[in-house]
Design a protein around this ligand. Structure first.
Ligand SMILES: NC(=O)c1ccc[n+]([C@@H]2O[C@H](COP(=O)([O-])OP(=O)(O)OC[C@H]3O[C@@H](n4cnc5c(N)ncnc54)[C@H](OP(=O)(O)O)[C@@H]3O)[C@@H](O)[C@H]2O)c1
Length: 276
């Protein structure tokens, strides 16, 4: 079994470690790096996984999962860049950073796979999209899909679609939380206690999501199933249409996409001028 090192065990990195252990990876085959000693000790106590420094991780592991914030990437690459050779596989979870940026910093021929996960990884329900860089083979992509399959679902996409994924499933949980928050407010307006309103809305969201995932039906058919003639739901749906909620959601995702493209371009400019 490959040794996997998680470089930066924050929210996403820790969820991945936990998911890999639940999926049967042995703690002996896992490593992680963290900046703060106390956090490293806590994680070792919680998971039985060894903490180390990034250069040691780069030497000892076969798979390096880069899970630091994009703004922290440069010092990490300075530390490990020369130690990363084509016999390793680099998996980057860093939003907006292209595989080409990593490839330039490692020995020529090093395989890099880019992943856009989302926060439901914390509960083993992530949606991750993977894209291979120039030197990533089918077996590298299979390995990454297997790893991420332990913490949710995975799709494979061309790298030029990563900004769209960022806008849809990367930011997506925030839109669902926003809708849930608004519906809970509506329950409170109608006089329900907050805890009851929250229970009603959250379970309705979980049930609806489960129907969408497990049923073969289209969302429109499922919505029509709840919308009886002259009933209560159609009165509510008319208000959603009147307020342009559908158009607002489309605009929201489109705006997130534009911002992702803009941040990516800014980062490319900065790293290009650093490297020049
Ligand atoms: N959270 C999301 O919704 C989401 C979604 C998609 C993709 N991502 C990507 O996932 C990555 C991780 O995000 P996150 O939310 O898990 O961030 P996070 O909680 O801040 O975790 C990053 C961790 O890396 C540590 N770190 C930074 N530089 C390091 C270094 N040189 N060596 C060792 N450890 C280092 C940080 O330590 P400190 O505490 O000292 O800073 C922190 O614990 C990011 O690149 C992000 O773009 C996140």
């Amino acid at each position: 079994m490959s040794t996997i090192a998680v470089l930066g065990a924050g929210k996403i990195g820790e969820s991945l470690l936990s998911g890999l252990l639940n999926a049967g990876y042995s703690p002996e085959n896992l490593l992680f790096t963290e900046r703060y000693q106390q956090r490293a000790e806590e994680l070792t106590k919680r998971y039985g996984v060894r903490a180390t420094d990034p250069p040691t991780a780069a030497r000892q592991a076969d798979v390096l999962v880069v899970s630091v914030k994009p703004q922290d990437i440069e010092p990490l690459l300075d530390e490990v860049g020369e130690l990363v050779t084509p016999d390793k596989l680099v998996v980057t979870l860093c939003a907006g950073l292209p595989t080409s940026m990593f490839e330039r910093r490692f020995t020529s021929g090093t395989p890099v796979v880019r992943v856009m996960p989302n926060t439901p990884m914390l509960v083993g329900e992530a949606m991750s999209a993977v894209s291979g860089g120039t030197h990533a083979t089918e077996s590298h992509l299979d390995l990454v899909e297997g790893m991420l399959g332990s913490v949710g679902r995975v799709v494979r996409i061309p790298e030029d679609q990563q900004d769209a994924v960022t806008a849809l499933s990367g930011s997506g949980p925030a839109y669902f939380f926003y809708l849930v928050e608004a519906m809970i407010d509506a329950g409170i307006l109608l006089g329900l206690p907050r805890s009851v309103a929250a229970e009603l809305v959250v379970q309705s969201a979980v049930g609806s999501a489960t129907m969408l995932r497990e049923g073969e039906g289209h969302p429109v058919i499922m919505r029509e199933g709840v919308t009886s003639p002259a009933g209560t739901t159609i009165s509510g749906v008319r208000e959603l249409e009147k307020h342009g909620v559908r158009a607002a959601l489309i605009d929201a995702v489109e705006a997130a996409h534009s911002r992702s493209v803009e941040l990516g371009a800014k980062h490319r400019q900065e790293t290009d001028s650093d490297g020049a």
